[in-house]
Design a protein around this ligand. Sequence first.
Ligand SMILES: [Fe+2]
Length: 198
Amino acid sequence: MSKRDFVIQPTAPVEQRVDALESVLKEKGANAAEALDELQHLAQEQWIPQNGARVVARAWVDPAFRKRLLENGRAAVAELGLSMPKHHRHLVVLENAPKVQNVICCTQCSCTAFTLIGLPPDWYKDFEYRSRVVRESRTVLKELGLELPADVEVRVWDTTADTRYMVLPERPAHTAGWSEEKLAAIVTRDALIGVARL
Ligand SMILES: [Fe+2]
């Protein structure tokens, strides 16, 4: 391999590249604008944290489901009619405990189990969060409003393209006897990411 292989070629401005992509898609019979609209619709209407909240509520009331969820997340959420893209090959559900707080991030970019948690919030995509949550997780959590006692262990999980995570928060003590629907309503996106407790 010679040094020449590493020469970076100048690239066209982004608008020009988008135009080029769009015309290629059109040539192939795909309408990029339509496809984008469809994607946006899916994202706003169907990929919402209420999906993850339903999963959590079911796990709280049904110990057998909880066990299946922890063993094979993808298969368990499918029982509730929830799907994940093919390339999200594994869903690992991380169980919080009184002395354990799980937190997810994507140090590379902004991957999440978005069909369950919803599209990632801006701060999740921010370089600041992605780099600091690994090194100084306790401080970052505090900045995000979650102050944990010193004896709570913080476990940070870095998402990859094919392994997605979801936090299973603890069920608050005051919710004894609540219906599954009422339970699901208190589960937030931030709790599914692990930057909040319920
Ligand atoms: Fe990513």
